[in-house]
Design a protein around this ligand. Structure first.
Ligand SMILES: CC(C)NC(=O)[C@H](Cc1c[nH]c2ccccc12)NC(=O)[C@H](CCCC/N=C(/NCCC(=O)O)S[C@H]1O[C@H](COP(=O)(O)OP(=O)(O)OC[C@H]2O[C@@H](n3cnc4c(N)ncnc43)[C@H](O)[C@@H]2O)[C@@H](O)[C@H]1O)NC(=O)OCc1ccccc1
Length: 225
């Protein structure tokens, strides 16, 4: 039974209107990454970080999944648990398209993590006003996302799936951030066929058996059909 692992990045949500990461000048929506996506940045200027994610959370309610998300959800219907989507994205567009086997290795925008009791709660509102944790009542919530220097979620489950994979497909990612950027080498080392679907060659394009360049909304349905 083929075991397919699909890694997705910001490029799969670009056609839905979710900005990708690196603006021309390397800023993240006008912010230096180290200011808004590091634990140190949160300590230094909590309000700016809360506002940054509050804005992205509000924007998420205005966008819809696109043909690439839908094609992966349809593929799951035929393949069942032989397909696993590992996403670097913190949006919920895979789930809204119908995918159920999704690992958010960098966390989820629609969850808040309590720094006091460690509970992650569903969250659609804001955090700038420092609300209380639904679990313990302490006012010390942060976005439930993995920042630089923090350990990604579910690395054991991901590593096992990459080891067993017969096919590894990377969609809409620049291959600039680790450990995700190293998954192709791990999968290939364990015998998987590897395919890159991206608008342009990624930083790791040379690690793939095959690369197809174009828009995810065209490439993914064509591949998944
Ligand atoms: C900058 C980089 C060099 N730094 C790192 O990688 C660091 C440090 C590091 C670790 N190991 C290393 C080894 C070497 C060097 C550095 C490191 N990594 C970490 O700190 C990680 C944690 C990193 C997570 C940080 N959080 C994010 N996001 C959540 C927050 C938030 O979202 O706000 S990262 C964030 O940036 C990354 C952005 O990359 P992409 O998604 O690829 O987006 P990008 O805009 O770059 O590219 C989009 C692509 O799509 C394409 N595209 C555009 N439109 C379309 C289209 N329409 N169709 C198709 N393709 C399209 C474009 O051409 C482009 O190629 C994603 O991962 C995203 O999640 N933690 C860790 O390593 O812990 C230890 C550890 C490791 C293993 C096991 C145990 C412990």
């Amino acid at each position: 039974m083929p075991q397919i692992v699909v890694l997705t990045g910001a490029g799969i949500s670009a056609e839905s209107g979710v900005p990708t990461f690196r603006d021309a000048d390397g800023l993240w929506e006008g912010h230096h990454v180290e200011d808004v996506a590091t634990p140190e940045g949160f300590e230094r200027d909590r309000a700016t970080v809360q506002r940054f994610y509050d804005e992205r959370r509000a924007a998420l309610a205005t966008v819809e999944p696109n043909a690439a998300h839908r094609a992966l959800a349809e593929l799951e219907e035929t393949m069942g648990d032989a397909l696993l989507v590992v996403t670097q994205n913190i949006d919920d567009l895979h789930e809204r398209a119908g995918s159920t086997r999704v690992v958010h290795m960098h966390g989820e925008l629609l969850k808040a993590l309590c720094r006091s009791c460690g509970v992650a709660s569903p969250w659609t509102g804001t955090l700038l006003d420092e609300p209380a944790c639904p679990g313990c009542g302490v006012h010390d919530l942060r976005p439930d996302v993995v920042w630089f220097g923090e350990v990604p979620y579910e690395m054991d489950r991901i590593t096992d799936a990459l080891t067993d994979a017969t096919m590894f497909v990377s969609i809409g990612t620049s291959g600039a951030v680790y450990p995700a950027a190293g998954f192709v080498q791990h999968a290939r080392r364990h015998g998987a066929r590897t395919l890159e679907l991206n608008l342009e060659p990624s930083e790791g394009t040379h690690f793939f058996h095959e690369a197809r360049h174009g828009r995810a909304g065209d490439l993914v349905p064509a591949w998944a059909r």
